[in-house]
Design a binder for this molecule. Structure first.
Ligand code: ATP
Length: 133
C-alpha cells in the first residue's frame, strides 16, 4: 500500500512525522481527506481534529488552525497549536471551556470579546473530543 509522509509542526516544534496511508483534516471549507498521489494544494485549516491512518490504526491530533500543504507523497501541516491525545491536559481544557462560556454570556454577540471567546470554546471542545481517544 502506498504511503504519504505526514509532518505536523507548530511554532513550538514537531508534533508528528511518519508515513501514513491517509490524512483527514478540517479545512475552512469542511472535511478533506488526502490519499497518496493527491493533487498539490495549500489550504487554511479550521479548529478541528486531524486523523492520520497508519496500518489500520487512526491517530488523532487536535489542531487550532494553520495551513496544510499537499504534494504528491507529502503532507505538511503548519498549525497554530497541535496536541496528541496524551498531551492534552483535560483539566485545563475544561477550565478554558467554562471560561469561554462565561465570557460568551457576558459579552454581546458580534463584538470582539464574544468572537474571541467563541474561538476559545471551539479549541477547548476540540481538545476534549480528541482527548477521549
Ligand atoms: P488556554 O486558555 O488553556 O491557554 P488556549 O486555547 O487559549 O487555552 P492556545 O493559545 O490554543 O490555548 O495554546 C497555547 C499553547 O498551550 C499551545 O502550545 C497549546 O498546544 C497548549 N495548550 C493549550 N491548551 C492545552 C491543553 N488543554 N492541553 C495541553 N496543551 C494545551
Amino acid at each position: 500500500m502506498s504511503t504519504l509522509q505526514a509532518n505536523v509542526v507548530t511554532p513550538d516544534g514537531q508534533v508528528f512525522d511518519a508515513q501514513v496511508n491517509m490524512v483527514s483534516v478540517r479545512t475552512i471549507d469542511g472535511e478533506l481527506g488526502i490519499l497518496p498521489n493527491h493533487i498539490p494544494l495549500v489550504t487554511p485549516l479550521a479548529i478541528g481534529a486531524a486523523r492520520l491512518k497508519q496500518d489500520g490504526e487512526v491517530k488523532m491530533i487536535a489542531l487550532s488552525g494553520g495551513f496544510m500543504e499537499v504534494r504528491s507523497d507529502e503532507v505538511n501541516i503548519l498549525a497554530e497549536s497541535a496536541e496528541l491525545p496524551t498531551d492534552i491536559d483535560i483539566t485545563r481544557a475544561r477550565a478554558a471551556k467554562e471560561r469561554a462560556e462565561r465570557r460568551m454570556q457576558e459579552a454581546k454577540q458580534e463584538n470582539v470579546d464574544f468572537r474571541r471567546a467563541e474561538l476559545a470554546l471551539k479549541r477547548a471542545l476540540n481538545r476534549l473530543e480528541v482527548a477521549k481517544r
